[in-house]
Design a protein around this ligand. Sequence first.
Ligand code: PEP
Length: 260
Amino acid sequence: MKSKIVIGNWKMNKDFEEAEDLISSIEEKLENYNLATEVVLCPPMVYAELVTDHASQDDSQFYAGVQNVSEYENGAYTGEVSAEMLASMDVSFCIIGHSERRKYFGETNAIVLKKMLRLLANDIVPVMCCGESLDERKAGKHFDVVRQQIEETLYTLTPEQMENVMIAYEPIWAIGTGETATPAQAQEMLAYIRSLIEKKFGTQMAVDTYILYGGSCNAKNALELFSQPDVDGGLIGGASLKPDDFIKIIEAAETVVKDN
Ligand code: PEP
């Protein structure tokens, strides 16, 4: 069985000292594990170096990620951070297309694609989020919405590029709401996404592509979600800010892999 991936998305939380404490606490708790699961921490950009410093240590149990990147290469883009800058700091993963960025910062599929190409050109793994709103689900449009998000981004990639991309299905109605997709709903959509990848890139790519679930995944429901055949792990928001809960989620991933 493929290893699982657990990614912590801290969003815009924690001051510098709290960020240091959270990283140290996760690091301490993971000290005695020999993890099969890949763990990625995505703090706010301003703390990227904190996380890359820890992640670069020989015995580190996690990778460094961030939550955003500029769609532009370099130059006069005040306030932006380029993929090249992130690569020069050894950032390994970057979340793109999160529904909060789509909603509050106008991130369209076209922008998500530009960001993805910048990341791929700099050997950073894009974790591309997709997912429908509650209204879209109620109207039975959820498969169409996700298909369009995939087609307008991933379908334009070459197979070599696609090999380095991860997908996170995050139904918007489940993000930060405490309302989780049922394991059956998560499985149904992840299997559908995998079928879309298969249609465009073939069976092997579909099998190999990491597809994660995100949306109120927590210490209690992670095991059941991660036990679904198409769920390769989780993108974790709120629960990634609580070290004990985050470790329990990682343990759930470990349990599923070891039991199979
Ligand atoms: C997220 O922001 O990616 C997320 C899944 O948040 P939460 O776990 O808090 O729903």
